[in-house]
Design a protein around this ligand. Structure first.
Ligand code: SAH
Length: 267
């Protein structure tokens, strides 16, 4: 096939072609033999190849069936290398299945030039697996990377920021222009590193927290007194020691946790 695989829009296929960018991603990820390295969306294998120049073994998860055979063929010939290609929709993939046979305590290191059309739901899926994740390095559209790494008070600070920051740290590493891809995406891209917090927040009820964060940001121009009127009383704001005249974007992640713990205690 397949030197002429035609990139499929519905799978968000924008293949990295800039060798400098590929090397830079691998270099910041710094994979080592013996680690459990997972690549999401290997495509035609540009990043896969750059990774396999550094390490012996890798597991890649790809949805596009046309690419699976191609990848197996391309990398199967190299006996010293071990590429396991799993055909799966990453949004339905059970990451726990990858560590069952591994040594205890072994965690996953995940990397990928992600399909941008599913990047937000994918991040939410990955949050379910923070306990078995060591770190992640992703290419994302710049807009999403800004939202993930935003600080309170910033216009990008929102529901995605808070729901992710509950479990993960996010740090933007470098920007990548559209010309590094084939075909070039319409948006700028950023490589981001994410890793689990060491000290976890004490959250009494996660679904209450999700509910409050959603409600607060769905009316982000209002004060939280108004935006959360149906959920949080004046007394509860006082107990949480949070000024209800603020807007959602001024609350820290910790403030949201405190507020939701006060809320769920009174349910
Ligand atoms: N890593 C490659 C390709 C990135 S494009 C490169 O940098 O060149 C995004 C890749 O994710 C494509 O290969 C696409 O087929 C794959 N993909 C899209 N949706 C997916 C899904 N739901 N599950 C797994 N892979 C998916």
């Amino acid at each position: 096939m397949k030197n002429q695989h035609i990139p499929r829009k519905r799978f968000g296929q924008h293949f990295l072609v800039d060798q400098n960018v590929l090397n830079k991603i691998v270099s910041v990820f710094s994979p080592k033999d013996g680690e459990s390295i997972i690549e999401i969306g290997p495509g035609t294998g540009a990043l896969t190849e750059a990774l396999l120049n550094r390490i012996r073994a890798l597991t890649a998860i790809e949805l596009d069936r046309d690419l699976i055979g191609y990848l197996r063929e391309k990398f199967g010939a190299e006996e010293s290398k071990e590429l396991t290609v799993i055909e799966s929709d990453i949004l339905r993939f059970n990451f726990s299945s990858l560590i069952e046979q591994k040594e205890e305590g072994q965690k996953l290191r995940i990397i990928g030039n992600l399909p941008y059309n599913i990047s937000t739901p994918l991040i939410f899926c990955l949050l379910e697996y923070v306990e078995i994740i060591q770190d992640m390095v992703f290419m994302l559209q710049r807009e999403v990377a800004m939202r993930l790494s935003a600080q309170p008070g910033n216009k990008h600070y929102g529901r995605l920021t808070v729901m992710t920051a509950i479990d993960l740290h996010s740090e933007c590493l470098f920007d990548v222009p559209p010309g590094a891809f084939n075909p070039p995406p319409k948006v700028d891209s950023t490589v981001i590193r994410m890793w689990p917090r060491k000290k976890q927040f004490e959250i009494d009820c996660r679904s209450s927290l999700a509910k409050i964060v959603s409600a607060a940001f769905s009316q982000r121009r209002k004060t939280i007194r108004n935006g959360l009127r149906k959920l949080i009383s004046e007394d509860q704001f006082e107990i949480a020691n949070i000024d209800p005249k603020q807007r959602a974007e001024n609350l820290s992640v910790e403030d949201f946790v405190t507020l939701s713990n006060v809320y769920s205690r009174d349910l």
